[in-house]
Design a protein around this ligand. Structure first.
Ligand SMILES: Cc1ncc(COP(=O)(O)O)c(C=O)c1O
Length: 386
């Protein structure tokens, strides 16, 4: 599928056949009541959905503007939104007769979600993770190993998320019998549309919940963007509501001017990465540049193709938040609400602090709290002891 000028399937011929099979199976699955019932069963009974849309009163008072609601993806089993997609894709893989799942992971949340569903559905599990991220997100690595996954340390390149995706694709080319369970709304078609479908539960629930609580739609919605799965999941239900401002927040790392950041939307170079055409960070010679963000889940030099399209058409405003601002927001939400957010989600929280005052007190804003911050506590404590 193409999103305007973006998307597509830029992969070697031998992978195209496999992608065709997945697309066929996916299209069949989403028409099937039995498949959708099974998917919803696991979301309810295993993941714990629907999760709350929580009115954060203390945080609202802190920000001094619109009423702020948090979509609590952090309360899902395994602690983030990634499990929604992992359940959907593994059901598909099972339907295709696959027995071995591979996945990439940055923050470890997608790796953890994948290892978890592999235990549940009795599949072999191999996780590719950059060496640097393995050190940063130790708790998640330990959990994946306990669940029985093989965690492969990727030392190529910078040893981060993009390198883990490269390695997973290389493995897939050599072992076409495996199912690659991609964790974000990236990669060749049909992955971006599949991940969006399985994450759109976030937007569906949030819309119903805000109407129940406020009797009207929000004025703005905000989500952080790595590859773009929690954000596209939330945005999907609101994109056609013209009066709602939609914000996607990337990692500005040390600052956009320093070159040490992870904002593909700031660089706005069109290129090919991981089988898709999208905005990517690349140099004059079209080499992919190293992305950097304190949060491993945002540390990606590209962005999902639908986001590129939504940015180009100005339906969504893409902006970014620095490491320093995210750390501050992490501390503020923890103190104000007793909720410890993931560093990725802290980028959306920080952006909310910046813009809440622009809106009336009778308006509301939904922020997607994509994950919990247990995995980031050591990073924060280390910074505090410096
Ligand atoms: C908690 C959390 N939020 C957000 C992200 C970013 O990914 P995406 O843009 O696909 O939602 C990650 C990625 O690991 C994550 O772990």
């Amino acid at each position: 599928m193409n999103y305007g000028n973006f998307g597509g399937q830029y992969v070697p011929q031998e992978l195209k056949k496999e992608l065709e099979k997945i697309e066929k199976e996916f299209n069949k699955a989403i028409q099937s009541e039995e498949f959708n019932n099974k998917y919803m069963y696991y979301l309810k009974q295993y993941v714990g959905r629907p999760n709350p849309l929580y009115y954060a009163e203390n945080f609202t008072n802190y920000c001094g503007g619109a009423k702020i609601y948090l979509k609590r993806e952090d309360l899902n089993h395994t602690g983030a939104h990634k499990i929604n997609n992992a359940i959907g894709q593994i059901l598909l893989a099972k339907q295709m007769g696959k027995t071995h799942i591979i996945a990439e992971t940055g923050a470890g949340q997608h790796g953890l979600a994948t290892a978890t569903v592999c235990s549940l559905f009795k599949m072999k599990c191999t996780i590719f993770m950059g060496k640097v991220d393995i050190e940063k997100q130790k708790i998640n690595v330990d959990k994946m190993k306990l669940l029985g996954a093989d965690v492969i340390s990727v030392t190529k390149g910078q040893g981060v998320l993009a390198d883990a995706v490269d390695e997973a694709f290389e493995y897939l080319l050599k072992h076409k019998d495996v199912f690659y369970l991609i964790g974000s709304a990236v990669g060749p078609s049909p992955y971006p549309e599949m991940v969006k479908y399985f994450q759109s539960i976030i937007g569906k629930e949030a819309k119903k919940q805000i109407l129940e609580q406020e009797n009207k739609l929000p004025k703005a919605i905000i989500a952080c963007v790595g590859g773009g799965s929690n954000s596209i999941g939330l945005f999907s239900e609101f994109i056609n509501e013209k009066d709602i401002d939609i914000y996607g927040v990337e990692g500005a790392g040390k600052g956009l001017g320093t070159g040490r950041h992870a904002s593909a939307m700031y660089e706005k170079n069109i290129g090919i990465l991981h089988g898709m055409k999208t905005y990517i960070m690349q140099d004059e010679n079209k080499n992919v540049k190293e992305a950097y963000s304190i949060s491993s889940g945002l540390d990606y030099p590209g962005i999902g193709p639908e986001h590129a399209y939504l940015g180009e058409t100005h339906r969504v405003i893409y902006d970014s938040i620095t490491d320093e601002e995210a750390i501050e927001a992490f501390k503020i939400l923890t103190k104000e609400e007793g909720i410890i957010p993931a560093l990725e989600s802290s980028h959306a929280i920080a952006y909310c602090i910046k813009i809440a005052k622009k809106y009336n007190k009778s308006d509301s804003i939904i922020v997607n709290l994509s994950g919990r911050g247990d995995k980031d506590i050591q990073t924060i404590l280390k910074l505090q002891s410096k």
